[in-house]
Design a protein. Structure first.
Length: 360
């Protein structure tokens, strides 16, 4: 979301732009291939270990100090055990990063026999949720499998899929499982619909108890972008409601369990990695990285906060990296860029390739 656009408008615009860009890219691919005799080469990578870990920390601290807002960072090289933890025990709003703990609980209950990943869940009109996602735009009656919903929840952050899965397993169960795993600050209590009702009712009190299909028809065009954005901001910070809570350390340690194939089971961890690697929101960690496989999940509340968290495989080294931000005052583009630059510094430090457009 950028200033001057409502979150609803931004979601629709982003979806339209992504579809348009995909079509343009396909159409121009043969032309570009003919015009470019050689693709841009990634920047030469430094020899791993030529800088100290303290030097890397100082570089990240400079990005953090320049950000007009808060930033928490947790990084761990799972081969060497090296850790950088900057304000990593602060409890922050996760937004959609909490969908990773939801996925873990879905897989735990599926393995316990409570249901099957192949079970189908019929969609009703009242299940619709404001974007992100695409299920809200489809007709009721579609019956995706639990695994389908997991995939949509992660790779395009579909909010309808999220509420359906969280309703199925129970948000209290997600929180309890996180506590059992040793993550006492990782929790989810409210639904996406709870959040949307509170946000929209700040603009029109009639939406305090609106159904999902009513929320997606909210008349945003009756309000200025500033009114919509201010209502969104106050819902994040002044309402007592939250989408998800955690710390960068706890989410980092959760991803470490996934990388070590220890979360729920080896099969569950493998499936989580498989789905997370298909992530389609790639405007943060991947921005400056070349030939760096990753499994990650973003969280979006921009321009006031944006998050990214996951596993990056750098020269065969699994690196867990989590960056949370908050109370940001500035454009979304610079917020995303700051997060991208943290990832670039980490990857460069461990000998990975960066794209030519990266400028220190």
């Amino acid at each position: 979301m950028t200033r001057g656009n409502s979150p609803w408008q931004f979601a629709l615009l982003t979806r339209a732009l992504l579809m348009s860009c995909a079509c343009i890219t396909l159409a121009l691919a043969p032309v570009r291939a003919a015009q470019q005799s050689e693709p841009p080469r990634p920047l030469p990578r430094p020899r791993a270990g030529t800088e100290s870990l303290d030097a890397l920390r100082q570089q990240i601290e400079r990005i953090r100090a320049a950000l007009p807002g808060e930033m928490s960072v947790y990084m761990k090289n799972l081969n060497s055990g090296e850790v950088i933890a900057i304000d990593s025990d602060r409890v922050m709003e996760t937004f959609s990063v909490i969908k990773v703990p939801i996925m873990a609980e879905v897989l735990r209950q599926a393995e316990s026999g409570a249901f099957s990943l192949s079970d189908r869940i019929p969609l009703k009109a009242g299940d619709r949720r404001l974007p992100s996602g695409l299920l809200y735009s489809l007709d009721p009656g579609l019956a995706p499998t639990v695994r389908d919903l997991l995939t949509l929840m992660i790779i395009i952050s579909d909010n309808e899929a999220t509420d359906l899965l969280a309703d199925k397993v129970g948000r209290a169960s997600v929180t309890h499982t996180m506590q059992q795993l040793g993550f006492p600050h990782t929790s989810i209590e409210f639904s996406d619909l709870d959040w949307d009702r509170l946000w929209l009712s700040r603009l029109d009190p009639a939406y305090k108890n609106a159904s999902g299909d009513q929320t997606v028809l909210f008349p945003f065009d009756k309000y200025t972008g500033q009114q919509v954005d201010e209502a969104f901001l106050h819902t994040i910070y002044d309402s007592g409601i939250y989408f998800g809570h955690s710390t960068t350390r706890e989410i980092g340690e959760l991803f470490e369990k996934v990388a070590r194939r220890e979360l729920i089971s080896s099969a569950a961890s493998d499936l989580m990695i498989e789905i997370l690697k298909k992530q389609e929101v790639n405007n943060r960690f991947p921005k400056y990285l070349a030939e760096v496989p990753m499994a990650h999940k973003t969280g979006d509340g921009q321009p006031w906060l944006a998050n990214d968290a996951g596993i990056l495989w750098v020269q065969d080294q699994p690196i867990v990296l989590v960056v949370f931000t908050g109370h940001h005052h500035g454009p979304t583009s610079s917020l995303h860029d700051s997060i991208a630059r943290v990832a670039a510094l980490v990857v460069r430090h461990y000998g990975g390739h960066l794209k030519p457009e990266y400028k220190p």
